[in-house]
Design a protein around this ligand. Sequence first.
Ligand SMILES: [Zn+2]
Length: 440
Amino acid sequence: MSTLFTNVTAVTMDPAQPLLKNAFVSTGDSHISYVGQTRPEGAFDRVIDCTGKVMMPGFVNTHTHIPMTLLRGYGGGHSLQSWLNDYIFPAEAKLDDRCIAAGTGLGLAEMIASGVTCIADMYMHTGVIARQIVDAGISANLSCGGVYFGAPEDFDPQRCGDCRNQQALTQEWHGYHGGQIKVDASIHGEYTSSAPLWQWMADYAQAHGQRMHVHVSETQSEHADSLARHGKTPIQILDQYGVWENGGIAAHCVYTTPEDWAVMAAKGVSAAHNPYSNLKLGSGIAPVPAMLAAGVNVSLGTDGVSSHNSTDMFADLKLAATLHNGVSRDPMAVTARQALEMATVNGAKALGREDTGVIAPGKVADLILVDFTAPNLTPCHDVEENLVFSAHGSNVTMNMARGRVIYENGTFLTLDLEKIRSEVEGYALPHMFGAAGGGR
Ligand SMILES: [Zn+2]
């Protein structure tokens, strides 16, 4: 299927031509075939007039727990420990494959409608998530978030559930469908595991060419406890076991240090910045300008809907471009352009997917259209200013992932929204919360 976009205004994230006006973009089966000012030769299966719209690369959401959409708004208004122990963990314990499929479908609908084309997800029942994502059409790096609570001396990879999960996931899904799905190795966090699992995951990742996804220094107590236990920060103790040798994603990084950033920059570890989640949970504010200055690749993520309440990347984009300016009392601490980079091209780098996140010939055709005739985007003195500070997810009118239009003008072309709704309301919520589950 070939598509020609005409009358294109685009923020490309390509330094060679960052802003296109009155341009043409064409896509082939899965890749962008042309970007330029003259109409390309040849016939196209479909022509899309982009008058009144702005094109940009699809968002790369680099830290999600997608089935947690089922927990939207559940247990709010409690301390972090009470929220986790009294609400989130008991509800998660009831999740089965069918709940996971329903929650993933719901999360995918929300993400696709608000312009996400690629995610890095960490959750249980990962194979079920993979199946849903393949059918929906976006790309994903998936991981199971390895935990190990046993005594270190008792560790046995044959009896460690997440070691077996890692092996099974890798066999079935790593590189699936031309790389639409990649499997990352993962450790849920330093505080939910110990050295034998770190060593096993590190060795496994290196043997199978996989990257790593870990929660790192999200809260002050997590960071301080690691120092007390090991005399080292989470980044540094994990580095000691080779966890970062293939690079990957360190989610949150709120309390990371200059020494941590040196390791991250050297090993190609990206900081997934989750500003909305960090603020809602009272975790703190990641030192993003300092990390950028230290050469760390900083990307953006929403985290789970349990701690963000939506998957709208425009919300995190706006926060990333404002929060640090307020903290530093400097309106240039993080610029609109830098925030857009975090949400697109930096995210692609964080996932080891340098072939997306940019609108340029040869890149994967992951792109969205935003309605710039909407009242909240009128007038437009500066396209990037409007995208970062004025737009929201509902301004997205089209989502093309891997060369296929999967959402257009409110219609999902790869998801059955009615079936998802019925599975969420008819099965998943009653299963998890009883007859009044999610009741309105
Ligand atoms: Zn998380």
